[in-house]
Write a protein that binds this ligand. Sequence first.
Ligand code: DAH
Length: 344
Amino acid sequence: MADVFDKVDEVLAEIKSVEIADSDALEQFRIKYLGTKNIIKPLFGEIRNVPNERKKEFGQLLNSLKQEAEAKFEATKSTLSSAEGKKAASEIDLTAPNDPISRGSRHPVSIVMNRLIEVFERIGFTVAEEREIEDDWHNFTAMNTPEDHPARDMQDTFYLKNSVTRLLRTHTSSVQARVMTTEKPPIRIIAPGRVYRNETISARSHCQFHQVEGLYIDENVSFADMRQTLLYFAKEMYGPQTDIRLRPSYFPFTEPSAEMDVWMGTETETARKLTKGTGWLEVLGCGMVDPNVLENCGIDSEKYSGFAFGIGIERSAMQKYDISDIRLLFENDSRFLKQFSSVI
Ligand code: DAH
């Protein structure tokens, strides 16, 4: 009888004294004392050989044996894992070079557009952003270009499927109509954004590009005001020596209309190439807002006048960065894009 009690004591002493140095030893320990074929289990079978008056005592002894094994297993497991964590941490080489993280860069179109916004914001223009999916009225009709007007042929339009009135805006001039129908003069806005035209894609033209529209409406706004504003813009963008010229032109929404050229000179080869030898680079279209446009949008053309202008962004970006193919601006090839950097 003393045998089974002795056996339990023996196992208990064993559990207490065994040294578990690593996770392999811990696994051995688990299998031996806690696994499905552990050595404690058969001892429970011995209960039937223990006299009745000592059965309870024996049972409690076995339970404490089991608990001892479990407690030792858990305690060792946690000391081992924290020790291994420390060991792993000490193996980190703090002097090793970092994995290079490639930083993004701004798209050349954004760089030019942001610069332009900044220049106009300085003289009190605010940014108006509007939808790219427009209706016929805001894109054409309000802008003095009714349905049978030949000027609609100037801009090949993408219409939405199954629609004769919904289209992708062909110019940011549609924002003029949006603003004038919702705001009262004085109005002083610039509207940067993407526009679309159904054109064959080539090195020089694309079916999508960007414009910045400008609109200034107030009492007594004159052509001279427009010229001064555009001269200021040209000097800010191209340097203080810059000169401009306004050539008479035609747009349905302005009267009179003009195109503005900036003097690039003929000294450098780039300048000659860009200006086709003339020294003058065409930068924007502009003019005095046609009274019909004001009336279409509910603004009294007797009281108010104003000027508007539209600047193409891609051409400026291509000139600034010497990019010879417009398609590069829309392919998002990171080898191309990472060449540009900017703080704005
Ligand atoms: N919307 C014209 C275009 O896309 C550009 C333009 C010309 C805008 C004259 C204007 C303007 O506001 O006054 O070709």
